[in-house]
Write a protein that binds this ligand. Sequence first.
Ligand code: GLU
Length: 304
Amino acid sequence: MNYQKLITEVYGDVQQMGLCGKVASYIPELASMNVEKFGISLITTDGTVYEVGDTYEKFSIQSISKAFTLAMVFATEGENLWKRVGVEPSGNPFNSLSQLEYENGIPRNPFINAGALVVTDIIRTKSEVPLEDIIKYIHSLANSNTIASNKKIALSELKNSSRNKALAYFMKSFGNIESRIDKLIETYCYQCAIEMTCTELAQAFLLFANHGKNPTTREQLLTTSQTKRINAIMQTCGFYDEAGEFAFKVGLPGKSGVGGGIAAVLPGKFSVVVWSPGLNQKGNSLKGMKALELLTTKLGSSVF
Ligand code: GLU
């Protein structure tokens, strides 16, 4: 398969469609992103890199960080993790409070904000330096030591984090959060504000295409079964309340973020990252979704 030709063709086709979308503005610092940016990086499991467009520019990975924190915590907690967070799609907005109430403080899945807060809480209770540990983990996967959290973006989110604090306090009232809420939200905002390029992110996501092996060190970080489970959660819950549409049109497990990134994998074959900051109404990158739809359609291959 000529992947370079494939992604170059997809890139050109999407550029011609004139899709635009809206940059996320509820985190004020994200509102200044250039909506014209667009990059695609695809890395096969043998490590060959294919790139087109703005693949060397760092962007805010936002909720894509939740896939990495989930991998860290699942490896140490094992099945016990599912006592504190579920694995069902929510069908509600990612920051919904109401569902938590009738489910007694156990979030539906690790990718809605409440679930991600539980996961980050577990990291916090095990580590003196949780943010450093998250960044170290991503460094190792991406084989890059230039990955960092953008303080301006983190502080911008922190200032606007009443709803995430509400989710955390609510879960604490059910005994499902141990950390101090201000500290937890701080770690969470800094984790979401981590910046990576398309290529760094695709490299790190090879973990999920490679049956749980660290793509850099080849160390087995997750068992095959754990990797299958994370991929299943990405498939069913990784795209806000558009996961069904993403499975229908693209057919790859993945995770999106409001910074405009989408990272996805075809297990055993490749990881692919598309970045374009213009979002659709559900919060997924408009060009990103279209590009991945074209990619699997032209390829004639997906997990289905
Ligand atoms: N930091 C963002 C929030 O909690 C993550 C949003 C996202 O990418 O889904 O609102």
